[in-house]
Design a binder for this molecule. Sequence first.
Ligand code: GUN
Length: 296
Amino acid sequence: MSGTTIDGKAAAAELRDRLKAEIATFTAKAGLPPGLRVILVGDNPASQAYVRTKERTAQEVGIAGGVDRMPAETSQDELLKAIASLNADPATHGILVQLPLPDHIDEAAVLDAIDPAKDVDGFHPMNVGRLFSAKSGIDPTLLVPCTPMGSVMLAKRVLGNDLSGLHAVVLGRSNIVGKPLGALLLAENCTVTTAHSRTVDLPSLCREADILAAAVGRAEMVKGSWIKPGATVIDVGINRIEGPENNGRGRLVGDVAYDEAKEVAGAITPVPGGVGQMTVACLLKNTLVAAQNSLR
Ligand code: GUN
């Protein structure tokens, strides 16, 4: 029997609808809308596409702001000055610097410079520390990284709100996804194993997972034979395979070989139409949370 497809598109649309109503309430109360500014340095094509989606969906739910596009040659000092001016701007509740940054800019220095109260990516060491210090359950005022938050929401869509005691295997240890996703699942009382490129016998480990989350950036690496029958599979990967599809742009695949995995899994997120949709919706959620926190 083949598993259920977890509809990230529908989940994101439901979340955006809820946010739209809460944003209208905030705007009436505060006398100004939640404000989000995205900084994009350089012209990485994938980053440009992500940033356009963030800008468009923010507008759709009533969030003000926009994108500050800076040339690839921008110096670190210029970028830090731009962040300082947004830190001081009362109409800006959320600041996101799109990653990756050009090689001459120190990513850690940039993330450190964002006011933690406006850090809608949840990447500032203060917010990372709070996430990793969480015991059972996460403080709703905390700014939590968007892709991990969306991943957990999608898992709960099929497993219900209580993930206690489930064994979650997270493939990947990036600061953007793997590590914060592990921390979030731990706060949900899962037993968490974080696996990576040096892990011995990845297929056997994955077969022990009730929740298998793949965030390694390797096209279709996780095979159907790696999945425990009935497991919930969250595919965070977005990999472009070149080819004639989509007017020569090729096709997008996840880190999981979807067709064969779906035959074994209980439920699985598709790519596209899975976690990616939720990431953007969770960014809007964090922007509202940052705006609400500013009134506390
Ligand atoms: N690049 C890829 N994913 C992300 C993300 O979640 N936030 C930022 N700022 N950059 C990214």
